[in-house]
Design a protein around this ligand. Sequence first.
Ligand code: GLV
Length: 323
Amino acid sequence: MSERPRVIVTRRMPEAVEARLEALFDVQLNIDDHQFDNAELIGALQSADGLLGTVTDPYSKDVLAAGGALRARIIANFAVGYNNFDLEAAKAAGIAISNTPGVLTEATADTALTLLLNVLRGTWRFESMLRRGDWQGFGPTSCLGVSPQGKTLGIIGMGRIGRAMARRCYHGLGMKIIYYNRSPVADPEVPEARACATMGEVMAEADVVSLHIPGGAENRHRISRDLLEMMKPGAYLINTARGDVIDEAALIDLLENRRIAGAGLDVFENEPQVPERLLALDNVSLLPHLGSATIETRTAMGMLAVDNLEAFFDGKPMPSRVV
Ligand code: GLV
């Protein structure tokens, strides 16, 4: 292209990513990192050749079908998930979409493992006690948690992140692994993982269930009240996928009634709102959607998004095109 493509970036990016964007494109950065509303998203789509967006931008039908003439031909999403898009509307508008698979697998699995250990060992609760000045010193029966060794981890969604979580828990914690996945998967690094025919089987058998299915309309409330009620008393639920894959109100009921032992959640149905009822519970560990948030991983995600933009504008195959 003779003229540099105009690219609008909807949120702040790691420094190295912004520097590369500025070198390649006529770029508009979001210096104060505010969240774009629908009007601003539509304005961006009307005035730029491409956007670098992320999960906080709702690319709904309303936005993608707004006011006919959209100039943008590509939106590179800074996330592996793309539930913030109406993909049909993107296709109808002739806009290519890409995501950032692969580069955030390990960081997200680390977050799931952190939550698992946090809730089984109650570490966040005991740290808060210490910080409040309430610690009375070591005691043989104080600060007791539950050991993961020999327990069963049930993975729902054995994609890249699910398998990375399975590897950590099998090799690192000595857990047994069972899983549910739409299609069969074999991971030579977790040779004894057992596939279950249904999600219900995993929910009923696991001591800890970890969710790794994509968000989006198809999976909304997939982990329904009925499935949650199949969990063993004393079992734990971990979610680093998307908040709305669980019926959050049903989960809170079960946690309040101590029907299950606890939950570790990095994602919520209506982010950044976290229900008061969850905040009031002492058997949950809650994180602010930081699954992939390491400087290395976030830089790699940004670079992959830029690779997609660059390939698109050069007329080459995009490394991770969704539609
Ligand atoms: C973040 O949530 C992602 O999908 O990468």
